[in-house]
Design a protein around this ligand. Structure first.
Ligand code: FES
Length: 110
């Protein structure tokens, strides 16, 4: 386990998240979903901007997660709301890989 530094929180080993999959994590007070898209890691808040549903449980298609409640799509690399019924983007968290570990930082109050 890598000690947290500069606000980075250790989430999982790189091997635990293969390409095309995602995992849920808790980052301070935020529920987060971490994705591996083609070998690059991305993290967004696990909160659909349409009606507050959790995005985890939805299907990942390429760069887009499909909300399991009403089908809104979000680009997990940018947080952009891509299709109705969601019109607001979701928050994207900084991600880094350090010593083979995926780490996230909560930058919402920077
Ligand atoms: S809560 Fe996600 S599309 Fe409605």
């Amino acid at each position: 386990m890598v000690a947290p530094a500069e606000g980075w929180q250790d989430i999982a080993a790189v091997e635990a998240l293969p390409s095309g999959q995602y995992l849920e994590a808790v980052l301070e007070e935020a529920d987060v979903v971490v994705f591996n898209v083609g070998g690059l890691f991305h993290a967004i808040e696990n909160l659909c901007t349409h009606d507050g549903g959790r995005l985890s449980g939805g299907r990942l298609e390429g760069r887009q997660i499909i909300c399991p409640r009403h089908g809104a799509r979000f680009d997990v690399t940018t947080g952009a709301a891509c299709t109705p019924p969601a019109y607001q983007d979701v928050h994207v968290f900084p991600v880094r890989v350090q010593d083979g570990r995926i780490q996230l930082r909560d930058d919402r109050w920077d």
